[in-house]
Design a protein around this ligand. Structure first.
Ligand code: FA5
Length: 344
């Protein structure tokens, strides 16, 4: 029996060495110290032995039981420590590692140039106002001297929301000029305001034309405003944006809501005026339409054209970064190509 007890002890310790987690430890406890374990069976069978054998066997069996119990306790402690330290080990932070770079976003080139344009005009005393993208026919056309069936409607290929409903029809504004009327309806002169915003046209796109693009409308109404004020303001603007050297062309144009009407073009930066795809081989890129507010438009919003005069302009926003950076296709702005956008 003594031999058998020794073997039991050695085998139990061997198995304990291989135990790796609390669950295995519990199984080990049941196998070697539980009610059905060989050790417990031996302890129970002692009663049937002669006194001397019972004494020796009992002492030995109890000693092994205590030894196994204390080995069990030790192992329990070891496993618990390992349970605490192993996540600390595996999740240890190496504070000497360089940090991961955080990709920084940036403003869209249109947003950047809009901010720049607004700053130039704010410095000249203009306030910045916004208006709705969905407009009434009345504001987009009628109040701007472009009644139903006026041929000038063909200048603005329109995206209609309710076509054929006259003044009450809604549309996506084809320019920011309707805001001239909204501004003059709610404010009395002196007025000096710019309106940045989107415009929409139902037209085939090409290198300089998009179906959605940005404009900045400008309006100044006061006593004694002349074409010279318009010219001075726009030349100053062009100098601020393009520098002293760039050529600026100012010439007549027609818009029903101004009289006289003008357009401003800038010498093409891609070809230095020699002619290329970007400027339609003319050497110039038109950036804005402008003029003196038509007396009929002033009268329509109850501003007396005999007392007051004003100028207005509508600037194509994307054409400015195109000229400045030699971007040869406006469609790049809204095609969401990060390789293009990340350059700004
Ligand atoms: C107008 O939109 C007039 N409302 C401008 C105006 C305002 C005249 C106030 C007089 C008084 P025009 O259609 O020419 O005019 O457009 C003005 C500018 O917007 C153009 O010079 C051009 O730079 C830009 N633009 C026009 N159509 C497009 C387009 N499809 N894509 C990109 N830019 C455009």
């Amino acid at each position: 029996m003594l031999e058998q007890l020794k073997d039991l002890h050695t085998q139990a310790l061997d198995e304990l060495n291989k135990v790796n987690n609390p669950r295995e430890l519990e199984l080990w406890r049941v196998r070697h110290l539980g009610k059905k374990s060989s050790l417990t069976k031996i302890l129970r069978s002692l009663a049937a032995l002669p006194l001397e054998e019972r004494r020796k066997g009992g002492a030995q069996a109890n000693e092994i039981k205590r030894a196994l119990e204390s080995s069990l306790e030790e192992k329990e402690k070891l496993l618990q420590e390992a349970l605490l330290t192993s996540p600390l080990e595996s999740q240890r932070l190496d504070i000497t590692l360089p940090g991961r770079p955080l990709p920084a976003g940036r403003l869209h080139p249109t947003t950047q140039i809009l901010k720049e344009i607004c700053d130039v005009f704010k410095n000249m005393g203009f306030q910045v106002i916004e208006g709705p993208d969905v407009e009434w026919d009345y504001y987009n056309f009628e109040a701007l001297n472009i009644p139903q069936h006026h041929p000038a409607r063909d200048m603005f290929a329109t995206l209609w929301i309710d076509a054929g409903m006259g003044e009450k029809a809604r549309l996506l504004r084809t320019h920011t000029s309707p805001m001239q009327i909204r501004l003059m309806e709610r404010e009395r002169p002196p007025i000096r305001a710019i309106v940045p915003g989107r415009a929409y046209r139902y037209e085939a796109t090409d290198a300089t034309h998009e179906s959605m693009f940005y404009q900045v409308e400008g309006l100044a109404v006061d006593k004694g405003i002349t074409l010279a004020d318009l010219k001075g303001t726009l030349f100053d603007f062009c100098r601020c944006i393009f520098g002293e050297e760039r050529e600026v062309r100012f010439r007549c144009d027609y818009f029903p809501f101004v009289e006289p009407g003008v357009e401003v073009a800038i010498g093409c930066s891609a070809c230095d005026g020699a002619g290329c795809r970007l400027c339609g081989y003319s050497g110039w890129i038109e950036i804005l339409g402008a003029g003196m507010v038509h007396p009929d438009v002033l009268a329509r919003v109850d501003i007396d054209p005999k007392l007051y005069s004003g100028f207005a302009f509508g600037l194509g926003v994307e054409r400015i970064p195109m000229l400045r950076y030699g971007i040869d296709d406006i469609r790049l702005f809204y095609s969401n190509d990060l390789r293009f956008l990340r350059q700004f």
